[in-house]
Design a protein around this ligand. Structure first.
Ligand SMILES: Cc1cc2nc3c(=O)[nH]c(=O)nc-3n(C[C@H](O)[C@H](O)[C@H](O)COP(=O)(O)O)c2cc1C
Ligand code: SF4
Ligand code: SF4
Length: 438
């Protein structure tokens, strides 16, 4: 069994799976339930001056029968008093000394930040997370993403916090920004011990066309909400990698955004996260999803010959490079497995109308593949025109049968050549420009 324990900037946790700051981490009761289920850490629901919430608060994007592919919320930080939250953090820490409990904080003045830092340390929190990411409600009051969108303000506030910090400080970043790097660098420059990302993305998920008002509906109005859940994972992975690869950041990362299972988590870790945080998947399925996450990650690490999750951290970061460094001479094409092809011809339509007209429809008898699962007599089957195929992947992506279309490498005998190499060769006269397609 692989060692799943981690140490993120001094915060120790028996595994990398943390409950994100959100409704599932609102009370001691939930914190106990989370740890009983197997979570390694809990980032407490953001503590600040208690607020008043609206009703209703959530809306979602459902896709082809899958519920809550994306979740939108207009909820604010905790509505419980800071003293209550700090008291419950102490209670949880006393009962779970080996688990990570992180106090998420949001306030305004230097004095208030100092007070909250002291209260967090006194409560026994293993660290704090500064919520610079909330995209609604709090930013209008000069907090949340209003801070996270301005690197100078991030630097100032992290500076105030570090003046009194006795425990590790994680800065939670907003994705509602043109370049995440500037925000991450500001946090690092100011002395933060780690960053976490992403918080939610500004969104409107749906409009009620009878009421002419988006959801969530609040007495005839709505507002921009924060988007999260499986749909945001690609955006979060991209930003995590950008921070992990940035030589001006160089502090550990807690990855967040659309993580629902062990594989999502492993991908975040491979792109540079030390811990991962989960909100929507817990709101959807409950704390017990962590059992499969632990088992799955452990099996993966064992299978890959890694003795510890630490060996996985950042392994894939360097494989992401600028476009102009990619090999222009690498070639792959699509290949169809006729033993599993059901003859739906979705691949043909996709390539014909949406890609490169590189699939023909042919007589299965003439091709010698006969009838297959669901293939009717006389119905044509797709055939890849290998010379026309540019290896775009589209047919493999639309094919409804797992692994029926695979992309295979073609040895074209050409040496590696990037766009930068190509430009240099053309400039030096070593090669002529590649002619455009007629
Ligand atoms: C209803 C709701 C409330 C949230 N409240 C907070 C909060 O108080 N503080 C915070 O830092 N993030 C908050 N978040 C953001 C989550 O911590 C997390 O960053 C985001 O949901 C992305 O993770 P996910 O895709 O696993 O949900 C909230 C998210 C949701 C859905
Ligand atoms: S999409 Fe897949 S299953 Fe359908 S015809 Fe093409 S290869 Fe066969
Ligand atoms: S990989 Fe792209 S170009 Fe090649 S057959 Fe599939 S859809 Fe067409």
């Amino acid at each position: 069994m692989a060692d799943l324990s981690i140490n993120l900037a001094g915060i120790k946790s028996p595994n990398p799976f943390w409950v994100a700051s959100a409704p599932p981490s609102n009370t001691a009761y939930q914190c106990h339930r989370a740890f009983e289920a197997g979570w390694g850490g809990v980032v407490w629901k953001t503590i600040g001056e208690p607020i008043v919430n609206v009703s209703s608060r959530y809306s979602s994007l459902d896709l082809n029968g899958s519920r809550m592919v994306g979740l939108n919320n207009i909820e604010l930080i905790t509505d419980r008093a800071p003293e209550t939250n700090f008291r419950e953090i102490r209670e949880c820490k006393d009962r779970w000394p080996d688990h990570a409990i992180i106090a998420s904080l949001m306030t305004d003045t230097r004095e208030n930040w100092h007070d909250y830092m002291k209260a967090s340390a006194d409560a026994g929190a293993d660290g704090v997370e500064l919520n610079f990411g909330c995209p609604h409600g709090m930013c209008e009051r000069g907090m949340g993403s209003a801070v996270g969108q301005n690197p100078d303000v991030i630097e100032t506030i992290v500076g105030w916090v570090m003046e009194v910090a006795e425990i590790p400080v994680i800065v939670k970043l907003t994705p509602n920004i043109t370049s995440i790097n500037h925000a991450a660098r500001a946090a690092s420059r100011a002395g933060a011990n780690a960053i976490s990302l992403i918080n939610t993305i500004n969104s409107i998920t749906q409009v009620d066309l009878d009421r002419m008002c988006p959801e969530p509906y609040v007495a005839g109005q709505s507002t921009h909400g924060g988007y999260c859940g499986p749909a945001v994972k690609p955006i979060a992975l991209n930003m995590v990698q950008e921070c992990a690869a940035d030589p001006e950041v160089l502090i550990p990362i807690s990855g967040i955004g659309g993580i629902s299972n062990w594989k999502d988590a492993a991908e975040f870790i491979a792109l540079g996260s030390t811990s991962v945080q989960v909100c929507t998947a817990i709101m959807h399925y409950g704390f017990r999803i962590v059992e499969d996450m632990i088992e799955g990650l452990n099996d993966y690490l064992d299978g890959a010959g890694m003795k510890s999750v630490n060996e996985l951290i950042g392994r894939a970061v360097q494989s992401v490079q600028r476009w102009e460094t990619l090999d222009l001479n690498y070639k792959r094409i699509a290949s169809i497995d006729y033993d599993t092809c059901i003859g739906c011809n979705l691949c043909y339509i996709a390539c014909e109308d949406g890609a490169h007209q590189a699939i023909a429809l042919v007589d299965p008898e003439a091709k010698g593949v006969g009838l297959g699962p669901g293939r009717l007599p006389g119905k044509p089957v797709p055939e890849i025109k290998e010379k026309e195929c540019v290896g775009c992947n589209l047919c493999a992506l639309v094919c409804p049968v797992d692994a029926c279309i695979t992309m295979i490498d073609v040895d074209n005998g050409k040496d590696r050549m990037s766009w930068s190499d190509y430009q240099a060769k053309v400039a030096s006269g070593e090669m002529k420009p590649i002619p455009a397609h007629p």
